[in-house]
Design a protein. Structure first.
Length: 117
């Protein structure tokens, strides 16, 4: 069983910051990589950032490069997304995802809402 639980979403004014958290349990603890995705109303889900567990590499979508930072806490089995200089177009439901025993993301959290105030 894999469980991913996100938290940290909320209302934020343009230019503000938020830190999203994702706690992993079960098989998610052996994920090859973990990532953050988002889905705005009426739009498809899009990739935001990713982190590979083996070599600590990080990757970002062009739209968030330089503003968002993905990181992890191995001891707490958590992944974070620090979001700075937020823009109205960052409004979306943000999902944590894990790739377990595969290169594709096959497990997803329930999402946390980030809204421009």
């Amino acid at each position: 069983q894999v469980q991913l639980v996100e938290s940290g979403g909320g209302l934020v004014q343009a230019g503000g910051s938020l830190r999203l958290s994702c706690v992993a349990s079960g098989r998610a603890l052996s994920a090859r990589k973990m990532g953050w995705f988002r889905q705005a109303p009426g739009q498809e889900r899009e990739y935001v950032a990713a982190l590979t567990w083996t070599d600590h590499s990080t990757y970002y979508a062009d739209s968030v490069q330089g503003r968002f930072t993905i990181s992890r806490d191995n001891a707490k089995k958590m992944v974070f997304l620090q979001m700075n200089s937020l823009k109205p177009e960052d409004t979306a439901v943000y999902y944590c995802a894990a790739a377990v025993a595969t290169t594709s993301y096959n497990y997803w959290g329930q999402g946390t809402q980030v809204t421009d105030a």
